[in-house]
Design a protein around this ligand. Structure first.
Ligand SMILES: N[C@@H](CC=O)C(=O)O
Length: 307
């Protein structure tokens, strides 16, 4: 398999909706073509959490993939979230993603594992079957340590060794595990591209990675590309300065409440940046409290991202 190069920033964009809740394909073109034009953006991951991917019908999901593929005009790969709970239906989802133009898939853990945990070997089997049945190159998604769907080191290493798995999006959110597991994964699986997805803790994780696969990247791609470069250069001072400049934005988007509010906040931020016209989201997301849009715009202004 020819590996896809995601060593840089991979934004996970929001899915814009019209005011009456339909997928807004014109807004996807604006968002996708803007992100795709930025040097250092290596791909887009659509239908993720930030993309409200699981809130859409299969037909809508395919149309969203097609639209984002069109928006980047073949310049960068579009990766699709593969989220269905059963392995067989997830493999069919992966086939649909390929048909719609996706170059790779980000495979979510099976939803029930969050509550109940998983049988030994089941995550490996999920990745194996999805890849074998669809042929889609896959990204390993490491969930937070606080969930029962997190993969232990052995499971991560085994999935990473399987055919078709070329990258990892790691959001373990346990710095003891991050600091001890990432060096082992690096040593044992040197070909695996490691991408952080710790939107709210980017500074700590930035020195060990090939890049970042984050919703944050669709709002603030320019400073995040600088942050990735500073991390790779092991330049703590530069990374810290970018982190500090972005802190008001991070606080207003990702420290606002649960990670879910982050998606709504991203949309408000994109309104402030002139990319979206409004911040319509689908249930179960809810609008943010009155005044949140002004707070987010002010934070972006203080970070120099809005005039
Ligand atoms: N950044 C979040 C949400 C992404 O899918 C994560 O860590 O999983």
């Amino acid at each position: 398999m020819k590996s896809i190069d995601l060593k840089g920033l991979v934004p996970a964009p929001v899915t814009p909706f019209t005011r009456d809740g339909a997928v807004d394909h014109a807004a996807i073109q604006r968002l996708g073509s803007w992100l795709g034009s930025i040097d250092g953006v290596k791909g887009l991951t659509v239908l993720g959490h930030a993309g409200e991917g699981t809130f859409m019908t299969p037909d809508e999901q395919m149309a969203v993939i097609e639209s984002f593929v069109k928006s980047v005009d073949g310049k960068i790969p579009v990766i699709a979230g593969i989220t269905l709970e059963g392995t067989q239906v997830a493999a069919l989802e992966a086939k649909r993603a390929i048909k719609a133009g996706a170059s790779a898939g980000l495979v979510y853990p099976s939803h029930g594992w969050l509550r109940f945990g998983y049988q030994k070997g089941a995550p490996q089997d999920r990745y194996r079957a999805i890849h074998e049945e669809s042929g889609l190159p896959l990204i390993l998604f490491q969930y937070p340590d606080a969930t029962k769907a997190t993969y232990n080191l052995e499971t991560q290493l085994e999935i990473a060794a399987q055919p078709g798995v070329f990258a990892m999006k790691n959001g373990v959110r346990n710095m003891r595990r991050w600091d001890t597991e990432i060096p082992v994964i690096r040593r044992e699986r040197p070909e695996l591209q490691i991408l952080t997805c710790h939107d709210e803790y980017l500074l700590h994780t930035m020195f060990d990675v090939d890049g970042a696969l984050v919703g944050y990247g669709s709002l603030a791609p320019e400073p995040l590309i600088e942050l990735i470069a500073a991390g790779k250069a092991r330049d703590y001072k530069a990374a810290r300065a970018i982190h500090d400049r972005l802190l008001p934005v991070t606080r207003n988007v990702y420290h606002r409440g649960s990670h879910m509010e982050g998606t709504v906040a991203l949309k408000h931020g994109l309104v402030a940046r002139g990319i979206l016209e409004h911040a319509t989201v689908r249930s179960p997301l809810l609008p943010l409290p009155e005044g949140a849009d002004a707070e987010i715009a002010a934070a972006l202004r203080s970070a120099g991202l809005v005039d």
